[in-house]
Design a protein around this ligand. Structure first.
Ligand code: AMP
Ligand code: MG
Length: 403
């Protein structure tokens, strides 16, 4: 049985064979947050476009700046203004952050290191050539590639696009993810369940996770634990590049998802992962669709989706698979779990003065959504470890909202 890292890699490897399969569209930059770029973005001119002052102060010749010495102030340059005439010997000009350095000047002395009396500026120390100046073109040269296809647009990437005037962008369409829940006991969230029925919370969490990962959820509904109904609904889901099913993949008599998929021509790359929750997770391909069959217990569904589906969405979009947000923390109290499986336990991490400390929450297993709602991370108990001691350094999966 694969461990969760191997299973994740298997997803990446299999989807990579069809990487970049998703079509493109053009969007305005304001709407591009989180999207995957499908074009190059190049510098439209040098950056900075002129030698730029990085401090408010005085532009001068470094060699003329002496502790206790003074220079005559010959004027002022604001950001956005042309710098005007070159500095004459024995003079300096007052300059603002972001303004262009005048010819002849090779240093900016911070205002805090000067004193002014009428037109005379005196200095508390010497200056070095180039200080507080960013030379023209040192951040990027005109025509230089700044971002390329596959880059994911966060706020810094968007600012970079804005800087060079890329107001419309070619991006990859959001990958459509079909979501199908299964199980005779499940009712719609608007319904009042009978005494032994439960509401379909998985469709909601899966749609939210799909959105967070940059995809577009496509709700194909709910199937009863019957081959004919499953087959019909699965067929609908197979119109999309990714199909995620919840429920029906365990070993029970009514867990029919794998059989029905096989009947539709699916091949499977794994049908179990050495982890808890989420052990019976299935991943395969049916026609052009990658299919994830996730165990139906809500926490299993959440954890398994988060570990395996986003990298598939990334790679299909032509982007690199985002790494899992793992971090280290000190364990607050000892934990004992069954060896042989990697356990993901709902936990809270607090960042005090030193290293972050993580404490697992009491929970009732993979149906306990309330425990995950109280948690802010998952504690990762490695496969080979039966016991983790208090004070040990352990792995956590951060950002519960992304897990
Ligand atoms: P299964 O994986 O089909 O054996 O489902 C295991 C358990 O997960 C079920 O008994 C339900 O309690 C729960 N479950 C299955 N599907 C859903 C769903 N769509 N929403 C909420 N809970 C579910
Ligand atoms: Mg079921």
């Amino acid at each position: 049985m694969l461990n969760f890292e191997q299973a994740r890699q298997k997803v990446i490897d299999e989807v990579s064979k069809r990487g970049g399969a998703i079509a493109r569209e053009s969007v305005g930059l304001w709407e591009a947050l989180g999207r995957v770029l499908a074009q190059e973005i190049c510098a439209d001119r040098d950056y900075p476009p002129f030698d730029r002052a990085t401090r408010d102060g005085y532009a001068a010749r470094a060699a003329e700046v002496k502790p206790g010495g003074w220079l005559r102030c010959a004027g002022e340059i604001k950001a956005g203004e042309e710098p005007g005439a070159a500095l004459s010997p024995g003079t300096c000009v007052q300059i603002m952050t972001g303004a262009a350095i005048p010819g002849g000047a090779d240093a900016v002395v911070m205002i805090e290191r000067t004193a002014r009396s009428n037109d005379e500026v005196s200095f508390t120390g010497p200056a070095e050539t180039g200080q507080n100046i960013v030379p023209r073109g040192s951040e990027a040269r005109a025509g230089e590639k700044l971002l390329g296809p596959g880059a994911r647009l966060g706020f810094a990437e968007m600012a970079l696009a804005a800087q060079v005037g890329a107001a419309r962008l070619e991006v990859v369409k959001r990958p459509r993810v079909a979501i199908l829940s299964t199980g005779d006991e499940i009712v719609r969230i608007e319904e009042v369940p009978g005494p032994f029925q439960i509401r379909n919370s998985n469709a909601v969490s899966l749609a939210a996770q799909t959105r967070l990962a940059g995809g577009e959820p496509v709700l194909v509904g709910h199937a009863a634990d019957r081959e004919d109904d499953l087959r019909e609904k699965i067929r609908k889901g197979l119109r999309e590049p990714i199909l995620v099913l919840s429920g029906g993949v365990s070993a029970g008599r009514y867990d029919l998802v794998e059989d029905v998929l096989r009947g539709l021509g699916a091949e499977f790359y794994f049908d179990a992962v050495a982890m808890r929750p989420g052990r019976p997770t299935v991943f395969g391909r049916c026609g052009d669709t990658f299919v994830f069959g996730l165990p139906g217990n809500p926490v299993s569904t959440m954890v398994a989706f988060e570990l395996f589906a986003p990298p598939a969405m990334d790679v299909l979009s032509g982007a690199a698979a985002r790494p899992l947000p793992l971090a280290e923390a000190r364990l607050g109290k000892a934990v004992r779990e069954k060896p042989g499986l990697t356990h993901f336990l709902p936990a809270r991490v607090e960042r005090g003065g030193g290293m972050a400390e993580v404490t697992p929450l009491g929970w009732k297993g993979s149906g306990d959504v309330a425990a995950v709602a109280r948690a802010n991370c998952f504690l990762v108990v490695p496969q080979g470890k039966e016991k983790l001691e208090a004070g040990e350094s352990v792995s956590i999966l951060l950002q519960k909202d992304l897990v």
